[in-house]
Design a protein around this ligand. Structure first.
Ligand code: CA
Ligand code: CA
Ligand code: CA
Ligand code: CA
Ligand code: CA
Length: 390
C-alpha cells in the first residue's frame, strides 16, 4: 500500500458509476474519504485505466463489512479461503482487518467470528500441519501492532481459531521493516513447513515452523531475501517448489521456495507495466490449482482495478486480465489488495471453486460502506480464460 495522494482534479472525475446502469447507484467520494485511505491510488486515473480492460465478471456475493472506526477507513486487506473438506458449503473466508483483527465469514458472507488481535495485514491457510501425531489446519498472519506473526489452529468442526503460537513470534524489524506480506509453504522435498514474511523495505524472511514440547509452534529463521523495493503479495506453489513475490512497482518474481534456494530469481514476463493491462501496484497473488500442475497464477493489478491471469507451471504465460463490475445487487471491486482462489467445489454456487477479492471501495446504494470482500464463482472466470485461449 503506497502512500500516494489523490490529485484534487481527480475528484471531478468520480461520477464513474453513472455509466454503469444496473444497480449499485452512482457513487461519489469526498476528498476526505479518499485521503483517509492509507494507500489511495489515483482513483479516477485507475478508473480510466480499468475501462481498457474489457473482460469482466460480476460478484456472486459479498461479505459483511470489516469492523473499522469509520466508513472511509482502509481496513480490510487480505483473505484466505479455508476449504472445509468434510462439508464444502461450510467453507470459510478468513479476512484481515488492519484496523483491528481477523474476521471470519461463511460463504454467504455472514460474519461468524471476529478476533480483535491487532493490525492484521496478510493471511494464509495451511492444511494438515503435523502437530505431533495430529494433523491440524493453521491460519497465519502478519500483525503490525507488535510486528509479529500470529498463528492459529482452525477447529474444523466449528471454524473457530485458537492461538497456537509459542508466545509472541516477533519479527526483527531491523531486517523486516514493518511486517506486511505473508504466505505458508509446505515442502514436499523435506516434509517441513515454512512461512514467508515480507516487509515494506523489500526484505523477505523465510521461517521453518517448529513444534515445541508443549505442542505450540515456534519459528526458526531459514533464509533472508532482499528485494529492491516494497514487496507484499506472496504465494508459494508446493507442487513446483516455487515462491512468487510481488514487488509492487516492478512485477512478479519467481524463485525456489526451499530455504537453500538462495537469492536467485526471475521476473515473470509481462508481469509489470511492460504489460499494458497491468498498472502498479502489483498486490495480492493467488493460485488456482487444477490437479498437480495445471491452473493459474492470479495477481491483483491495483492501479487499474483488475486481475491478471498467468499460467501456473513453468512458463507462466500471461493469458489476460479481467475486472469485477457491479451485479444487480453487489457492487464491483476497486483497488484490491488481497485475493485468493480455490478450485475445490464449494457447493452449488461454486461448483469449480471460488475467487475472492478485497474491495477497497464498498458501496451500497451509492453510499460508501466499510470495506469488505467480494466472492466470484470461478466458472465465470474459467469462461473468460477459455475465450482468451482460443
Ligand atoms: Ca501493498
Ligand atoms: Ca487498501
Ligand atoms: Ca494468499
Ligand atoms: Ca466496490
Ligand atoms: Ca456492497
Amino acid at each position: 500500500m503506497s502512500t500516494r495522494r489523490i490529485l484534487p482534479f481527480a475528484l471531478a472525475c468520480l461520477a464513474w458509476a453513472s455509466c454503469q446502469t444496473d444497480a449499485p447507484k452512482p457513487a461519489t467520494l469526498t476528498e476526505e474519504q479518499l485521503e483517509a485511505r492509507e494507500d489511495s491510488l489515483e482513483y479516477a486515473e485507475a478508473r480510466t485505466k480499468q475501462a481498457k480492460i474489457t473482460a469482466f465478471v460480476v460478484p456472486d456475493a459479498e461479505t459483511g463489512a470489516v469492523h473499522s472506526p469509520h466508513a472511509d477507513d482502509d481496513a480490510a486487506d487480505d483473505m484466505a479461503i479455508w476449504v472445509n473438506a468434510a462439508d464444502a458449503e461450510k467453507s470459510l473466508i478468513i479476512g484481515t482487518n488492519k484496523k483491528g483483527g481477523v474476521v471470519v465469514f461463511d460463504l454467504q458472507g455472514a460474519e461468524k467470528a471476529f478476533y480483535p488481535t491487532g493490525r492484521i495485514n496478510n493471511i494464509d491457510v495451511m492444511y494438515g500441519f503435523l502437530l505431533g501425531k495430529q494433523q491440524v489446519d493453521l491460519v497465519g498472519c502478519t500483525n503490525r501492532s507488535d510486528q509479529s506473526i500470529d498463528l492459529f489452529q482452525l477447529n474444523p468442526t466449528d471454524g473457530t481459531l485458537s492461538n497456537i503460537a509459542a508466545g509472541t513470534l516477533k519479527i526483527d524489524t531491523n531486517s523486516v521493516k514493518d511486517v506486511y506480506g505473508f504466505c505458508f509453504y509446505q515442502s514436499k522435498r523435506v516434509k517441513k513447513s515454512y512461512l514467508f514474511v515480507s516487509g515494506k523495505n523489500g526484505t523477505v524472511q523465510q521461517f521453518e515452523l517448529v513444534m515445541t514440547p508443549d505442542n505450540k509452534i515456534d519459528l526458526k529463521l531459514a533464509r533472508q531475501i532482499a528485494f529492491d523495493s516494497q514487496t507484499e503479495g506472496m504465494v508459494a506453489d508446493e507442487d513446483f517448489g516455487v515462491l512468487y513475490v510481488g514487488e509492487e512497482d516492478k512485477g512478479i518474481w519467481k524463485m525456489l521456495a526451499e530455504p537453500d534456494g538462495g537469492n536467485r530469481r526471475t521476473l515473470l514476463n509481462t508481469s509489470g507495466e511492460d504489460n499494458p493491462n497491468i498498472a502498479y501496484d502489483v498486490e495480492g497473488l493467488a493460485l488456482y490449482k487444477i490437479n498437480g500442475s495445471g491452473g493459474y497464477l492470479l495477481a491483483s493489478s491495483q492501479g487499474n482495478f483488475s486481475y491478471a491471469v498467468f499460467e501456473r507451471g513453468v512458463e507462466n504465460r500471461y493469458l489476460g486480465s479481467f475486472k469485477i463490475t457491479d451485479s444487480e445487487t453487489v457492487d464491483g471491486v476497486e483497488e484490491t489488495d488481497g485475493i485468493d482462489a480455490v478450485s475445490a467445489p464449494l457447493g452449488k454456487n461454486y461448483p469449480k471453486g471460488l475467487f475472492a477479492a478485497q474491495d477497497g471501495f464498498n458501496f451500497k446504494n451509492g453510499q460508501l460502506q466499510r470495506q469488505n470482500f467480494k466472492l466470484v464463482n470461478w466458472e465465470k472466470i474459467e469462461r473468460l480464460i477459455e475465450g482468451w485461449e482460443q
